[in-house]
Design a binder for this molecule. Structure first.
Ligand SMILES: Cc1ncc(COP(=O)(O)O)c(C=O)c1O
Length: 413
């Protein structure tokens, strides 16, 4: 059991890539009394959040909201659209893609796991975990599948285990170029509301997301954004489903209600989150995350440590993974930083255990919070005996000094 070496005063630095810090405004909204989920007041709340969340996914089509973590919404996407024994093409981008693939197998689906097989200097055992989805590999596999045995292609938009994003429009293009009818399912659990996302424009059939990342809510609600093709597939899909079934949810949502007792107080929080995000403007939200990510990466570059994402074109705006030198246990560094500075960082998951840690820069944050995070990490690395090439804190401060936030520029004008 980890304990701090003193009673912590001040606030904890929650810098994992989700759950992200929940703004006071959302916590206050969630503290309102729970109401009758069949009453008129609730119907208005339901309609409001259902309309708002469609704007965030950039879709005209229904979005199912579940009282479940993201894992539940993964299952919902699969069981609503597929039948026992169906073949699903999944892409190994990291730990979350691997967990989704395991789930598909448990549900009685056949899975094929595509991975990039090139050489990697720093992580030779996990080259595919340092790069985005290679759409050409998907296209090549679909072209071989002339009998259309593959029923769905599943990819992760923002791999939270690695800090790598993927080009979803390119995956759609690859499916279309192969002339293949497979559904496209995308996990944007940690991308939505932090990184640009367009469910309709990118031709996604089911997008899966969760509350505890860019939406700045506690864990506990998750989403399936649907397409007309996904809804049509759900009519003939044979995997058993009851709680996750879209048909009753979509029908009752027309009046702002759910077939079961919804998570009322989290929906109050969602309503507040939507007011904040749509009030700020999604483009501004994405620009804010891109700028923060660049500021944090400047620190890692100054330290002289490798960034987990090997391709600058797909750096995540949400988190940055840092590979520790061979022989330095990344989890020991993380524990030390937590103990000394009350700062939580993300652990290396699956194949990355002990080899890297993750710095979250998403949601309700600001420049000084991120400079403090970088300072905590820098002190921890030094205490762990890691030789650093230079000061990450100075690099991040320089970045934020010379790249003013668009909102600050507007205020000064
Ligand atoms: C990309 C991604 N997919 C799936 C999940 C699983 O979601 P949950 O832990 O909410 O069930 C997570 C959780 O962090 C995630 O980041």
């Amino acid at each position: 059991m980890l304990t701090l070496d003193h009673h912590p005063s001040g606030r904890h630095f929650l810098q994992i890539p989700g759950p992200s810090p929940v703004p006071d405004r959302i916590l206050r909204a969630m503290s309102l009394p729970t109401i009758d989920h069949r009453g008129p007041e609730f119907g208005a709340l339901g309609l409001k959040v259902l309309a708002g969340i469609r704007q965030v996914f950039k879709t005209q089509h229904p979005v199912a909201i579940y009282p479940a973590s993201g894992t539940g919404a993964w299952e919902a996407a699969l069981v609503n659209t597929l039948s026992p024994g169906d073949l699903v093409l999944m892409y190994e981008s990291g730990h979350f893609a691997s967990l989704w693939q395991k789930m598909a197998t448990r549900l009685g689906l056949q899975t094929e796991f595509v991975a990039w097989q090139g050489q990697d200097e720093h992580l030779p055992h996990a080259p595919s975990w340092r790069r985005g989805v290679q759409a050409d590999l998907i296209e090549a596999r679909l072209r071989q599948d002339s009998g259309h045995r593959i029923k769905a292609v599943c990819v992760v938009h923002n791999e939270t285990s690695t800090g790598v994003t993927s080009d979803i429009a390119a995956v759609r293009k690859a499916i279309d170029a192969a002339g293949h009818p497979a559904l496209l399912m995308v996990d944007s659990i940690s991308g939505l509301a932090s990184a640009e996302y367009r469910h309709d424009d990118w031709g996604v059939d089911v997008t899966i997301s969760g509350s505890q990342k860019g939406l700045m809510l506690p864990p506990g609600i998750s989403f399936n954004a649907l397409s007309p093709r996904a809804l049509a597939a759900s009519k003939s899909a044979k995997l058993p489903r009851a709680f996750w079934a879209w048909d009753e949810i979509v029908e009752m949502n027309k009046g702002g209600y759910w077939p079961y007792t919804p998570n009322t107080n989290l929906l109050y929080g969602l309503s507040e989150s939507l007011d904040m995000l749509l009030g700020e403007g999604l483009d501004q939200v994405f620009a804010r995350h891109l700028r923060w990510a660049a500021g944090v990466r400047a620190a890692v570059t100054a330290w002289g440590l490798p960034i987990q994402c090997a391709d600058p074109a797909v750096y995540s705006p949400v988190l940055t993974g840092v590979i520790t030198p061979v022989g330095v246990d990344a989890d020991a560094v993380r524990r030390l930083i937590h103990q000394r500075f009350d700062l939580s960082l993300g652990t290396g998951l699956g194949k990355l255990k002990g080899r890297m840690f993750r710095m979250g820069h998403l949601g309700d944050s600001n420049d000084l919070t991120l400079i403090a995070m970088v300072a905590g990490v820098e002190m921890g690395l030094k205490l762990a005996g890691v030789k650093l090439a230079g000061s990450g804190v100075h690099a991040t401060m320089d970045h934020f000094t010379h790249h003013a936030a668009p909102a600050a520029l507007r205020a000064a004008a």
